[in-house]
Design a protein around this ligand. Sequence first.
Ligand code: PEP
Length: 254
Amino acid sequence: MQRQPLVIANWKMNGNRHLTSQLAEALRESGALLNDVSVVVCPPAVLLPAWQSEVFYDDVHLGAQDVNEHHAGAHTGEHSLQLLTETGAEYVLIGHSERRQLYGDSDDRVRAKVDAVLAFQEQKLKVVLCLGEHEHERDNGETFTRIEGQLAKALANVSAAQLAHVVIAYEPVWAIGTGKTASPQQAQEVHAFIRNWLQQRYDAAAATVPLLYGGSVKADSAPALFAETDIDGGLIGGASLEPEAFLAICRAAQ
Ligand code: PEP
C-alpha cells in the first residue's frame, strides 16, 4: 500500500500574520517541487482565517492544534469542530503531549475528542493522534507498553472504516522541543510496533494509516528519519517556524 508522504507544521502558540505570509509564500514558490508531499499547517486557531486566504494548491491543508469534544455551549476559550471546519481546518491534532501534560488531556478526554471528530459531519476532519513515551518510561523498558496503552484507549471506539480518517504521530515526550531526536532506528522500531498493532486490530485497513515521527526534527535529521520503512513523514514544531528549514524537511519527505 502506497501512502502519500505527509508533513505537518505545529506552530504551537507561536507565529503571527507576518510569518503566515512568509511561510505561505515559500510554500507557494516550492509548490511544484513538493508535488508528492501533502503539507498541513496547524497555526494557532485565530490565524486560521489568515491562512485560509493564503491556501493555494491542492496539497497544502490546514489543521487545528486541538478541539473541544462538545459541539457548543458554555466552554469559555475553547473551539468547536464546526467553527474549526468553517475556518478551513481539515485536520486536528489530538493528544499532543503538551495538551496531555499542561492542560489535563487524560486518555479518556483524548478518546472523547477522537470520537467527536470521527462522528462529526460524515468525517469531514482527520484526526492526528499524538502519542509517545516519557524518558523514564523508555529508560525502564516501558516504551511499547505505554504506546500500546495510548493506542488502545484512544482508538477504543474507532472502526476499520473510520481508520481512513486517522493519522498517528509518534512523538517521544523527551524529544519534543528538547533538541534530542530519536535515532532513525529508535523511531522505526516504534513505528513498526504501531503498524503491527493496527494490523492485528484492523487487518488491511492498517496499511493506509500515515505514521509520522515528531520530536526536534530538523532539516539535517529529516532525511534519515523519513527513509525508514514505516515513517511516512513528520510532525514538526520549532523548525516549522523557519520557512527554509520547513521546506527542506518537506523536500526530505518526497
Ligand atoms: C511538536 O510540537 O509536535 C514537536 C514535535 O515539536 P518540536 O519539533 O519543536 O520538537
